[in-house]
Design a protein around this ligand. Structure first.
Ligand code: MN
Length: 249
């Protein structure tokens, strides 16, 4: 009886961790397991959504983001969001043809019993799919073209934009993201969201965003989130972000 009760409590804790934005703890349980094997297994599970491969090696963004952080972040955290999202939507064939972005733009289209799971894990999937692409070992520097012009017009200068973005990211309490968004009225704004919420939920387009969850930086930077935010600009892929800006307009 005692054993059964304990097992039940363990399972309850595990599922609550997965459903809420607690993928951090859930994946932390398997730190000793081989991340590569695990990720491959998850990625090959049949389902609507798949884990996109990292577009570069785990160590490609060093010294700014270390290989171990990249490996756990992609193979464990992002993989868990994909798995949880697939598990949730598998119960509802009517969602088969909807993209995660479409669901997040209007969560009322998602059945209520999986809405929070889709919000957290669909958000996690969409946010991280963008995140890997907007970084590059050949990153850094400054935006060009229309985006550079729009940033200068909206924030005064690129340096002023960076300072404001970093400040917003530092002040975001707890887990979340800091964004440059294009609003429905066509304005560029810096925004932050909690957990895995995406600007898409408010109708805004995420041109770029930085992950300020502790799992994104803690192994290398510990509590120094501001240092991570500052270093991150060295790996920002402006080619990709320029493309996202063109797409937004
Ligand atoms: Mn993350």
């Amino acid at each position: 009886m005692t054993l059964k009760r304990r097992d039940f409590l363990y399972l309850l804790t595990a599922s609550v961790g997965a459903i809420t934005a607690g993928a951090c703890q859930a994946s932390g349980n398997n730190l000793a397991a081989s991340p590569t094997t695990q990720a491959t297994k998850i990625a090959q599970t049949p389902g609507t959504f798949t884990l996109p491969p990292l577009p570069y090696e785990y160590n490609a963004l060093e010294p700014h983001i270390d290989a171990r952080t990249m490996q756990f972040h992609h193979d464990k955290h992002h993989a868990a969001y994909v798995k949880n999202l697939n598990d949730a939507v598998s119960k509802y064939p009517q969602l088969k043809n909807m993209s995660a972005e479409d669901m997040l733009r209007d969560l009322t289209k998602v059945p209520e019993d999986i809405r929070t799971t889709v919000r957290n894990n669909g958000g996690g999937h969409v946010n991280h799919s963008m995140f890997w692409e907007i970084m590059s070992p050949k990153g850094g520097g400054e935006p060009t073209g229309d985006l550079a012009k729009a940033i200068n017009e909206s924030f005064g200068s690129f340096d002023a934009f960076k300072a404001k973005f970093n400040e917003a990211g530092t002040k975001r309490f707890g887990s979340g993201w800091v964004w440059l968004v294009r609003t429905t009225t066509g304005k560029l704004e810096i925004a932050t969201t909690a957990n895995q919420d995406t600007p898409l939920m408010d109708g805004n387009y995420p041109i770029m965003g930085n992950d300020v969850w502790e799992h994104a930086y803690y192994l290398k930077y510990q509590n120094l989130r501001a240092d991570y935010l500052k270093a991150w600009w060295n790996v920002v892929n402006w080619t990709e972000i320029n493309k996202r800006y063109e797409k937004a307009i």
